[in-house]
Every structure is written in C-alpha cells, then in structure tokens.
Design a protein around this ligand. Structure first.
Ligand code: EPZ
Length: 429
C-alpha cells in the first residue's frame, strides 16, 4: 500500500494547476445513461473514483473511450471521455460496486427514467456518517416511480414513464438534486424542485443536461424548474474546475507560507472559503488565470466557521481548515453541520501535536506554536489531505498511510506540491 512521506518546513512557491471537479465529473458520467447518443466530457481528472465509476458504468453496458494525448498537452491536462450508453445491457448495480463508491447509487435515476426499471444496491454507511438515501427515493416517488426495497436493493419501476411533479427537499441534498434533475429531464410535464442544492457541480450538471436537450431553468438557485422532454441527445461538455482541490491547496499554501498561483481556479466557486482565509490573514487575489494565495511571515489569526450548503463554507474543506487552524495564534471554533461523523481527522491531528477538543458537532482548536511529524492515517479523502496540510508545517518526517483515499480525489497531489518546493514523495508498496 502506498504511503506519502513529508518533511515539513518548506515554503510553497510556484503554480499549481487545478483539475476538473471530481464531484461534477461523477454525476456527469452517470448522466450519460440518459441517452443513446455519445456524451463527450473534457477536463476529466485522472482519479481512482473516475476509473471505478468507469468500471461500474461498464457493468451496465456503457462504453467509455479515453482520447489519446494531444500534442502540447501536459500531464495535468484533464482527459477527454467519449461515453456511449447506446446499449444498456443491465439495469442492476450490485452491492460489490455501489458499496465502493456511494455516488454510483445515483445511476438509479437515469436508468429508471430511460429504461423504466433499475435495481440498485443501497450504499450503506460510510466513514463520514450514516448518509441515508431516503430523500433520493422520495424525489423519484414524487415523479411517479414505484419503489420497493428488497434484500438491500432499491428496485425502481416506471413502466409507463415518469410524470413531472413537485419535489420539496426538507434539507439540502446534492445527490437528491442530481437525482431529481436527471429523472425530471425525461419525465412527462413540469417538475419543480424546491430547496434544491445550489452547489456549482449541480449547475454544471444542469448545463450539460441542457446541452443534451433538457429544459432546466433556475439551476444555481434553490428553485429549479424542469420541463421534461421525450429524448435527450449527445453533447460536448467541459467539467468545471475543482473548488475543493482549489481550497485545499489554498490552505496548504497558507499553512506552509509562500506564494502560489492556483491555475484555472475560479474564486467565485469558493468565495466563502477564501473569505475565511482572508480573515485568517492570508492574501488572496483573483487573477485572470486563477487564484493567487500568499502568506509571508505574519502568523495566522483564529476563525469561527460553521459548514453549510453552498454558498456557505463547504463540509469538504472542514478538515483542511482545521489542520490550518492548529497553527493559528489563538482559539478557533469549527462547527460541522452536514455530516455527523466528519471528525475522523481530529485524533490524527492530535498525534501531530494539535490541541483540539470535540463537543458534539463543534471542534475547539487551540493553536500551537509547533507540530511534530509522526505516522498518521485517515479514513476518508478530505481527512487524509488535512494530514498532508498539517505535515507541511510539522517539524521532521510525517508518513501519511492509506494513500488510496487521497488518490480517490486528488490528482498527482505529491507532484503538484513538490513542484512548488514541498519535500513530499510517494513511497510505493
Ligand atoms: C455530495 O455528497 C458530495 N459527493 C460530498 O463530497 C459532499 O460532502 C456532500 O455532497 C455535501 O456537499 C459527491 O458529489 C460525489 P448530500 P451527497 O446528499 O450528495 C443528508 C467528498 O469528499 N441526506 O448533499 O451524498 C446527508 O446524510 C464528498 O468529495 C439525507 O438525510 O451529500 C447529509 O447530512 C464526501 N437523506 C446531507 O443530507 C438523503 O437521502 C447532505 O448530503 C440524502 C442526504
């Protein structure tokens, strides 16, 4: 199993290219099931989760061709996928696959909308919380889908097609909104989605669906209206830049000090997080090529942050901010409101010398003057990368174990940081 070794104390200077967003790529790939025509996706990140979803979709008969390298292309340029679901051979998504990646549960919506049936394993719990799918099921039922739960599987049927309806989410759910959008696009009549997720990845998926012939208005607001169409066609779409990767490297630069350009990043996709960094004393400048992050000399100020759905501070950056605040001059409070168990990084940060107290959903972080390197591991993607951030400022050697979590969502993390001067390397095996 690969590990990552980091020697802390190096400043970061240079350019980090930001890849396409994982959390847009996954639903976009799944949306290919809505049509028998080819969907071409550009700027697709090279990630373990993308490869795994490729295999999962392959199980349904989806054919995915990856374009070869173009001349002048760098190793960081995203790949282009040509995805064809012309021949869906199986509408069942088995437990062995869905349990490895929760987002693959989302195939239920396009399969039932286009094929009239789907049998998809319930994903089960995961490291960051219970993560139920009741609201996704509710959304499908509102569109006339009959749902049966049998032996761990959700069996969805709509033999005479889906009917538009009103879907009012009692809480904001990204997966629920993706599900509603995909299903409503092929439903007869109008669907209104209230309290929809406003995350940029939802807007990106809606944009792509519209290119495929869907009639969606209001994406990016909490009320989305979908006029169903009988058929969707192919499209060519470029995945938007990854705001969580952007925020992660912004915090890495803030932690290590230095001056880094996050190339291709779009500041408006993570304004709440950038505002927090400014409050902490980090210099942030939006340029026409990306976002520049600078911290020289001065210490970090503590912050008070509560995670919330977009446009609030994202839960997917909570662990990274906590790592950063371990070195602030004073006491910070971070409250996690989205997932009940997303503090798995706390005990590992404590192993590096952090002072963190947990009280329910609130973490109190007392900044320390030094962290000390140690072997650490984490049980999810964002928690793992928070340990990398802490290690950048820790004295001596830190070994981050279970690197496969990082590979799920960060493309060539160690190369991107090493190119800016970090003493970081992958140890294979
Ligand atoms: C998406 O997960 C992201 N995953 C997550 O990113 C992200 O943390 C999350 O949205 C919140 O922003 C992808 O896009 C692939 P939700 P999702 O439905 O859609 C509750 C990462 O690290 N809920 O918005 O599964 C749920 O338990 C990952 O990249 C229900 O109660 O999240 C949570 O408390 C991890 N019932 C809240 O809603 C449901 O049926 C928000 O979850 C569905 C959700």
């Amino acid at each position: 199993m690969d590990r990552i070794r980091i020697y802390g104390g190096q400043r970061l200077n240079g350019t980090i290219p930001i890849s396409g967003a994982k959390n847009a790529t996954l639903p976009l790939m799944i949306a290919s099931l809505l049509t028998d025509k080819t969907l071409v996706l550009d700027n697709v990140p090279r990630l373990a989760d993308v490869n795994l979803l490729q295999r999962i979709l392959g199980n349904h008969g989806v054919d995915i061709m990856v374009s070869g390298k173009r001349s002048g292309e760098t190793q960081y340029d995203g790949q282009t996928l040509h995805i064809s679901a012309a021949n869906v051979i199986d509408t069942t998504a088995p437990y062995e696959l869905v349990s490895r990646m929760r987002a693959s549960f989302w195939v239920v919506a396009p399969l039932v909308a286009r094929m009239g049936e789907a049998k998809v394993s319930m994903p089960g719990g995961c490291a960051i919380g219970t993560r139920p799918v009741d609201l996704l099921i509710m959304a499908l039922e509102r569109l006339g889908v009959e749902i049966e739960i049998d032996r761990g599987y959700v069996i969805a049927r709509a033999k005479s097609g889906l009917k538009g309806g009103e879907i009012k989410f009692p809480k904001v759910t990204v997966g629920g909104t993706h599900t509603a959008l995909m299903a409503a696009s092929l439903a007869r009549g109008t669907t209104v989605i209230e309290n929809a997720a406003r995350e940029p990845e939802v807007t990106d998926v809606a944009d792509c669906l519209n290119k495929m012939g869907a009639k969606i208005t209001g994406a990016g607001t909490s009320r989305i209206v979908v006029e169903g169409v009988a058929k969707l066609g192919g499209a060519h779409h470029r995945v938007l830049p990854d705001r969580i990767e952007t925020g992660t490297y912004a915090m890495a630069a803030a932690m290590a000090g230095g001056d880094v350009l996050l190339e291709n990043a779009r500041s408006e996709l993570l304004q709440a997080a950038l505002d927090v960094l400014v409050r902490a004393g980090v210099e942030i400048t939006a340029t026409n090529t990306g976002v520049r992050v600078k911290r020289n000399g001065s210490g970090l100020a503590p912050v008070e942050v509560t995670t919330s759905p977009f446009p609030g501070f994202p839960t997917d950056l909570q662990a990274q901010l906590m790592a950063l605040m371990t070195r602030a001059k004073g006491t910070s409070h971070i409250t996690e409101t989205i997932f009940e168990n997303r503090f798995m990084h706390v005990q590992e940060l404590v192993r590096l010398g952090a002072h963190i107290q947990l009280d329910g959903e609130c973490a109190t972080i007392e900044g320390v003057s030094a962290l000390k390197g140690a072997p650490v591991m984490a049980t999810d993607l964002r928690a793992s990368v928070s340990l990398v951030i802490a290690a950048l400022a820790a004295e001596g050697e830190t070994i981050v174990n279970r690197v496969y979590h990082l590979d799920r969502g960060f493309e060539r993390l160690e190369d991107k940081l090493a190119a800016c001067g970090a003493a970081i390397e992958r140890l294979s095996g």
